[in-house]
Design a protein around this ligand. Structure first.
Ligand code: 13P
Length: 243
């Protein structure tokens, strides 16, 4: 299994800022030990495809609709993502689930559609603080994975464990929590890569990389600053090397 560190730029950058950041990444991220991907906003993808074309950096989207085309105003299809060079697509990010009301059923349709168009889905799972306090974290994560992957040939699927309470808060999940959830997810998904996401930074990347069953990161805020993103990748590689 190859380790993966993916940037999730969320709704940041205008087109010039995105292109400039991508150019800096193209010049400074030349890692061969692991896969590195940038999941950018839809409007950035075409330009980033050009910038990354002769680099090892892979391109991803942050969402998609499951239909190929038709009267779905405002949506973006897997065919469109392929046409601008995407290899990955994040599906079921907690912001999609909690702000935009995405259900496990919808997420399952998106995963199936992504797979049938040769896009590698990064399926995000994770419990809210309330669910953790109510001792429901394992049930929630098992349900999100089982329903998300129902009827799916899971080859090429990547799982990202992102505890909702650790996203964008600066509060990283503690070692025991991550270890126990990743071990639990491993039992369900076998040898699929399992990323950790939630306040990953250069200052905690070594610690996080040293946790068993952490096969990479999904990085929000720290991926917007090239030096920080580069540094946390270097720290991950220092600990995990090439698997
Ligand atoms: P932060 O790294 O900003 O906490 O975001 C994590 C995330 O949601 C990545 O998908």
């Amino acid at each position: 299994m190859r380790n993966l560190i993916a940037a999730n730029w969320k709704m940041h950058f205008d087109i010039d800022e995105a292109e400039n950041t991508a150019k800096q990444m193209a010049n400074s991220l030349k890692f061969t030990e692991i896969d590195v991907a940038v999941c950018a906003n839809f409007i950035h993808l075409d330009r980033l495809n050009t910038v990354f074309s002769k680099t090892g950096i892979k391109l991803g989207a942050q969402n998609m609709y499951f239909e190929e085309k038709g009267a779905y105003t405002g949506e973006v299809s897997p065919v469109m993502l392929k046409s601008v060079g995407c290899e990955y697509v994040i599906i079921g990010h907690s912001e999609r689930r909690h702000i935009f009301g995405e259900t496990d059923e919808l997420i399952n349709k998106k995963i199936k559609s992504a797979k049938s168009h040769n896009l590698k889905p990064i399926l995000c799972v994770g419990e809210t603080l309330k669910e953790r306090e109510d001792a429901k974290a394992f049930d929630v994560i098992a349900r999100q994975i089982k329903e998300g992957l129902d009827g799916v040939d899971a080859e090429d699927v990547v799982i990202a464990y992102e505890p909702v309470w650790a996203i964008g808060t600066g509060v990283v999940a503690d070692r025991n929590t991550i270890e126990e959830i990743h071990a639990f997810v491993r039992q369900i998904v076998g040898n699929l890569p399992i990323l950790y996401g939630g306040s990953v930074k250069p200052s905690n990347a070594e610690q996080l990389a040293s946790i068993k069953d952490v096969n990479g990161f999904l990085v929000g805020g720290a991926s917007l600053v090239v030096e920080d993103f580069k540094s946390l990748i270097e720290k991950f590689i220092k600990i995990k090397g090439e698997d």
